[in-house]
Design a protein around this ligand. Structure first.
Ligand code: DAK
Length: 257
């Protein structure tokens, strides 16, 4: 059983992972990151799980990497940092990941939220990369994913000044796709995940992979990947089922085959 997370089934096919280190505003220490990577590995292997929602508390999604833990690591310690492998496992999660963000979403917390495919924010959410205030810089993808999400000028401003932006600004910038009342953030994220969970898992998986490719490849390679993935789906039973259900005017039953 994890110590720093609560793991529940929020809806059919939807696993909800809640970060629970309230004493440190869900700061991401090694234990929490390792437990999160373990839970995502379990979700990846479980056919009943079609999508995952990750959330924190009303006060904080996560206030960053654990600064006290970071203080104990010198240059060599950072080279051997076990958290790097945890982040790699988190970023390798191939099923849809939805983040429900309330309160502080800072530093490594913002970087974790940006690992999600879809972000829903409560009106009180604050997104920031304040590492510069500590004499360091983002280390879990913040410079790369933030720039891709919000563009150069705002990413530069956030990373170089350390100043956070509010949920409405994050929405305008494209960092999140929806803003809700804080008490409805998890409910809305679960509803989105449930819609995805009802779709054909192989199509969802390949569509996610293709969309992520758009961020790190040129257009011709991305289009080639899309064509291959699209062709691959022609061999699936779920494609036959989806098309037949449309013609029969009924709801399809997808099996992930
Ligand atoms: N680490 C450890 N403890 C934290 C924390 C953090 N990031 N953030 C908050 N806490 C603790 C506080 O120390 C306090 O503990 P006690 O004093 O009660 O024992 C408790 O949580 C409540 O916090 P506050 O009393 O400060 O609460 P306030 O509401 O007054 O202020 C705040 C909330 C979020 C504005 C403030 O807590 C704050 O500024 N926190 C630090 C935010 C921050 O600087 N985050 C960035 C951390 S650096 C890497 C991967 C990732 C990273 C680096 C490397 N590799 C893979 C190599 C990422 C780095 C970072 O995220």
């Amino acid at each position: 059983m994890p110590h720093t997370l609560a793991v529940t089934t929020a809806a059919t096919g939807v696993r909800l992972i809640t970060l629970q280190r309230p004493q440190a505003l869900n700061a991401l220490n090694t234990e929490l990151l390792a437990e999160l990577a373990d839970q995502l590995d379990l979700a990846a292997a479980d056919h009943a799980v079609r999508a995952v929602v990750i959330t924190g508390s009303r006060k904080a999604f996560a206030a960053g990497a654990d600064i006290n833990e970071m203080a104990e690591r010198d240059l060599v310690g950072i080279l051997d940092d076990p958290r790097v492998a945890c982040w790699q496992r988190i970023s390798a999660f191939a099923k849809p990941l939805v983040a429900a963000v309330n309160g502080f979403c800072l530093g490594g917390g913002c970087e974790l939220a940006m690992h999600a495919d879809i972000l829903v924010a409560g009106e009180d959410a604050r997104f920031g990369q304040p590492e510069i205030n500590l004499g360091i810089m983002p280390g879990a993808g913040g410079t790369q994913r933030l720039l891709r999400a919000v563009g150069k000028s705002l990413a530069m401003q956030m990373v170089l000044t350390g100043q956070p932006i509010d949920a409405r600004h994050a929405l305008r910038a494209g960092l999140v796709s929806e803003v809700t009342q804080p008490e409805l953030t998890v409910e809305r994220a679960v509803a989105i995940a449930r819609l995805i969970a009802e779709k054909a898992p192989l199509a969802v998986r390949l569509a996610k992979e293709a969309l992520l490719k758009a961020q790190d490849t040129d257009l011709a390679s991305g289009l080639r990947f899309e064509r291959h993935a699209f062709t691959l789906l022609a061999g699936t039973a779920d494609r036959d089922e989806g098309i037949r259900a449309f013609q029969d005017k009924r709801t399809p039953t997808f099996k992930g085959r």
